[in-house]
Design a binder for this molecule. Structure first.
Ligand code: DAT
Ligand code: MG
Length: 134
């Protein structure tokens, strides 16, 4: 099984790429493919189609366009579920300690939650998102 992991611009700017990848590898998942990308607005619109029209949509797009992101095709048994568990809750302030978001992020008082990583939320979403990014 494979999932899409994105290290968002905050993760790249804060030099947390190695730390985040280490957590994935330590858990036992394998990197099947990986690249540093500067995504276009069109690509992000496809990726975040489910959020179009929400109040945080435009700030989310601006944030994701603010610098390069690392796209990873991560592989392993039940990796979709497993990476969501490694990432922690969407809101980093309440994400459990031990998770990527809980340990390494916080609320920065911006209009959009800057929470370091994206992980596909289902097998079907993973398939769709991997086709967009790879
Ligand atoms: P997740 O990334 O945990 O799957 P999501 O798909 O609901 O969360 O939202 C996508 C991203 O949008 C999320 O990582 C951060 C941002 N976001 C979500 N809800 C938000 C909110 N209420 N206010 C600001 N940003 C939000
Ligand atoms: Mg999501």
């Amino acid at each position: 099984m494979q999932t899409l992991v994105l290290i968002k611009p905050d993760g790249v700017k804060r030099n947390l790429v190695g730390e985040i990848i280490a957590r994935c590898e330590q858990k036992g998942y394998t990197i099947a493919d990986m690249k540093l990308v500067e995504p276009s607005r069109e690509l992000l619109a496809k990726h975040y189609a489910e959020h179009e029209g929400k109040p945080f949509y435009e700030p989310l797009m601006e944030f994701m366009l603010s610098g390069p992101v690392v796209a990873i095709k991560l592989e392993g048994e039940r990796v979709v579920e497993g990476f969501r568990s490694l990432a922690g809750a969407t809101d980093p302030t309440v994400a459990a300690p031990g998770t990527i978001r809980g340990d390494l992020s916080r609320d920065w008082g911006t209009k959009v939650i800057q929470n370091l990583v994206h992980g596909s939320d289902s097998e079907e979403t993973a398939k769709r998102e991997l086709e967009i990014w790879f």
